[in-house]
Write a protein that binds this ligand. Structure first.
Ligand code: ATP
Ligand code: MG
Length: 420
């Protein structure tokens, strides 16, 4: 029979890798809980309108990346391409927007985008994300950034750099946008075909284009930070001051605009050049209009999304992926049917006492069992047959030192021995 392969742009996470993922997730959860965030989980698919309305009709995500389909009831649904819209939909629908503020939520979830698969880019990918609702203070932006920074520090990521920008608000952005369009129009010859289109629909996105000729044009483009209203300017300065006082290095990078329509004021990315072309490990910013756009009350918000595979790549380059093994403390190798039953029962009692033990499940010879015990890294091995059962004692062999000593074949004796 022919075999079936995984879909383009998806990947399996095999047991050895899962251990690393679990480690990363546990570090993330510990830090995030320490920052006072609660986890939220939301559906894998939502109404397509949720994303067209929030992420925006002029973005890559909505224009060409969403997995959109009609279900059997002819509803237009989309696999979630990102988390913020889902969180906002949920807190409005469930009334969490009326909770005591700030409301601090996080998620670790998979998302789906129909993209060209390459290093650091897949069609199903995982993000750790956080959202802080109900604060317009720069200290909320700083909290989001400090939290991401703490995750990088805790996971030993060395080469990641914080790029910071402010893209202003409804007050100051229209005038800036006009100046930018004027400049880009004058230089439109040098823009790539997609950016020529962006110039009409989403001109800020031109600044974000990775194509060389567009990058060159962007270098001399008017900067949003030179056109901020006094409120945005003060907000941006205070944020920088907080980060500086916390000892976080950053660069002001006016080409960071983020792809999504809903950002205001602060936008930021953590970039690790060492992991290749897809170097943005974490992207986020302030989006104080989104809750209203989705039908809720006016609510300030700031958050980020961090790509787990890119985080792992950054850890790999920093040499900070730990070796994670789960080896049994004891392997019991029985000879004969009586011993098999006893080995099984002893193993179960040890497990019930939180000691990781294994015994033979494959009816192997003693020699093959010893080889297997060695392969799975068992710390100690007991071989037992009828003789050992009759006298109630057996030799326990330390697999590292090769030394053996006698032990009683009772669960109490083994628990005592192995708990040392
Ligand atoms: P990019 O510019 O790389 O396309 P983006 O702006 O589309 O990123 P966001 O929507 O801000 O990305 O998502 C936040 C983070 O999620 C990214 O910085 C990245 O680490 C990760 N990410 C986004 N898309 C993918 C993908 N297709 N595969 C793997 N990780 C991804
Ligand atoms: Mg993208």
């Amino acid at each position: 029979m022919n075999t079936i392969q995984k879909q383009y742009g998806t990947f399996d996470i095999l047991p050895d890798k899962v251990k690393v993922w679990q480690y990363v997730e546990s570090v993330i959860r510990k830090i995030t809980v320490n920052y006072g965030f609660d986890e939220i989980r939301f559906p894998t698919f939502e109404s397509t309108e949720l994303f067209t309305r929030s992420v925006g009709g002029t973005t890559d995500i909505v224009q060409k990346e969403m997995y959109t389909f009609n279900d059997r009831d002819k509803r237009s649904l989309s696999l979630r391409p990102e988390g913020t819209a889902c969180v906002v939909r949920s807190i409005i629908e469930n009334g969490l927007v009326f909770n005591a503020m700030p409301l601090k939520l996080y998620y670790i979830a998979n998302f789906f985008r129909h993209e060209k698969a390459q290093k650091g880019r897949s069609r199903e990918f995982w993000q750790f994300g956080i959202e802080i609702f109900g604060s317009d203070s720069p200290s909320a932006d700083a909290t989001a950034i400090m939290l991401a920074n703490s995750v990088f520090t805790a996971l030993g990521v060395k080469d990641v750099k914080l790029h910071l920008n402010s893209i202003g608000c409804d007050e100051c952005r229209p005038a800036y946008r006009e100046k930018l369009v004027e400049y880009l129009t004058a230089n439109s010859e040098a823009l790539c075909p997609i950016c020529k289109e962006r110039l009409q629909t989403n001109p800020l996105r031109v600044l974000d284009c990775k194509i060389d000729s567009c990058k060159k044009v962007s270098e001399n483009a008017p900067k949003s930070t030179d056109h901020l209203c006094s409120d945005c300017d003060e907000h941006f300065k205070q944020l920088q001051q907080l980060l500086t006082e916390c000892g976080v290095d950053f660069v002001i990078d006016t080409n960071i605009v983020r792809g999504l329509d809903y950002y205001t004021k602060t936008v930021f990315e953590f970039i690790d050049e060492s992991i290749g072309a897809q170097s943005t490990v974490c992207g986020g910013g302030r989006y104080s209009k989104l809750v209203e756009i989705l039908g809720g009350p006016k609510t300030d918000a700031v958050g980020f999304g961090m790509g787990i595979t890119r985080l792992l790549a950054a850890m790999e380059n920093s040499g900070s992926i730990p070796e994670l093994k789960s080896a049994p403390k004891l392997y019991i190798a029985p000879i004969g049917n009586r011993a098999k039953q006893k080995a099984f029962i002893l193993t179960e009692v040890l497990r019930a006492n939180k000691i990781y033990a294994e015994c033979d499940l494959c009816n192997r010879s003693v020699k093959a069992q010893m080889k297997y015990a060695d392969k799975i890294g068992a710390e100690a091995v007991i071989v037992m047959g009828d003789n050992e059962l009759d006298i109630g004692k057996a030799q326990i062999k330390n697999m590292q030192t090769g030394e053996s000593k006698e032990t009683e074949l009772t669960s109490e004796a083994l628990i005592n021995l192995l708990n040392f």
